[in-house]
Design a protein around this ligand. Structure first.
Ligand SMILES: Cc1ncc(C[n+]2csc(CCOP(=O)(O)OP(=O)(O)O)c2C)c(N)n1
Ligand code: SF4
Ligand SMILES: [Mg+2]
Length: 304
């Protein structure tokens, strides 16, 4: 994507990017992740989907989901999952549903809900040990409304609400750690660019009972500013530079499923995205580049 096209998208008034008339973007990494996940968990599911880009998948009366789908407000998807799980359990207890007909409650939200607006409902669901799978596609911003900053936005990224010279001044929240602190059944990070790793973690998650999170990196050509053909490349760079660690939590233990032997410089990941262009042009922002790199180095030194 050219710089001009990216600027044009960033400068669009919000209403141009909202609403059910908005098509999914070409090269959407979130959609790639959902497709890989759906291929594994299949149609014996009820998706409880909070407002966000993926809501646009279901455009009444059309939907690519072969199972059930329920739309909720941004803060409420785990509460919706509780209602769905309870209803299924009541039907099972009354023998109006056989064990074969049971369905999996799957919350599907973006980072805006998962890291922010829906976090309280998520925490409550974990406290109640709700049996549900949470799938979060993390495009590091409120993508559907024009990529405003969210709790998942990384340091230095330019967003619709962080347009200054240094981009977003905050740090990406560690949602993996927030979940793990609740001692749920399972937490894993995945990337659609690493499908085998993703498939193994999904198989693990679907065979467990209790709260389970699959946190998928979702390279977003529109919000991050890269050519849609480069989605897989951007996803791989995130893993190989160490920016997006692939890991899982189970029984109180965190393990990394991929440890990049020779980590690529983070710059290689940042350079291919217009949201970080101001770190390189008109001149290099050495201080911020160093801070971003040392944050990643510190993470990996901490787990060595
Ligand atoms: C309480 C509330 N505030 C704002 C909105 C408008 N809104 C709809 S989708 C969206 C962005 C959601 O971001 P995220 O969860 O990251 O999903 P993405 O759009 O990135 O797929 C927003 C702000 C809303 N639906 N509800
Ligand atoms: S804005 Fe990003 S996450 Fe949303 S549909 Fe487009 S590419 Fe996908
Ligand atoms: Mg988002």
């Amino acid at each position: 994507m050219s710089e001009t096209t990216y600027k044009r998208i960033q400068d669009l008034p919000t209403e141009h990017l909202m609403g059910t008339g908005t098509p999914m973007c070409a090269g959407c990494g979130g959609l790639a992740a959902i497709k890989e996940i759906y291929d594994i968990i299949g149609e014996k599911t009820v998706f409880i989907n909070a407002a966000g880009c993926m809501t646009l998948l279901a455009n009444y009366p059309f939907t690519p989901f072969r199972g059930s789908w329920l739309y909720t407000a941004m803060a409420s998807a785990p509460a919706g999952a509780q209602g769905v799980r309870d209803a299924l359990d009541i039907l099972l207890a009354k023998r109006r549903l056989s064990a074969d007909e049971d369905l999996e409650a799957v919350v599907l939200t973006g980072d805006g809900s998962a890291y922010g607006m829906g976090l309280s409902a998520t925490s409550g669901a974990m406290d109640r040990n709700l049996d549900f799978l949470y799938v979060c596609y993390d495009n590091e911003g409120y993508g559907n409304t024009g990529q405003q900053a969210s709790g998942a936005t990384p340091l230095g990224a330019r967003t619709a609400t962080s347009r200054g010279l240094n981009g977003y001044p905050g740090h990406k929240k560690d949602l993996f750690a927030v979940w793990a602190a609740h001692r749920p059944a399972y937490v894993a990070t995945v990337s659609p660019s690493e499908p085998l790793d993703l498939a193994r973690k999904l198989e693990t998650a679907r065979n467990l009972v209790g709260p389970r999170l699959i946190l998928a990196l979702a390279p977003c050509p529109t919000g991050w500013g890269f050519d849609p053909k480069d989605t897989v490349k951007v996803g791989r760079l995130a893993v190989r530079s160490g920016v997006w660690p692939l890991k899982e939590y189970r029984d109180g233990v965190v393990t990394h499923s991929v440890v990049p032997g020779h980590r690529l410089p983070v710059e290689e990941y940042l350079r291919c995205q217009e949201r970080f262009a101001h770190l390189f042009r008109p001149q290099r922002n050495e201080e911020l580049l160093r801070e971003i790199q040392s944050g990643v180095d510190g993470y990996w030194e901490g787990i060595a």
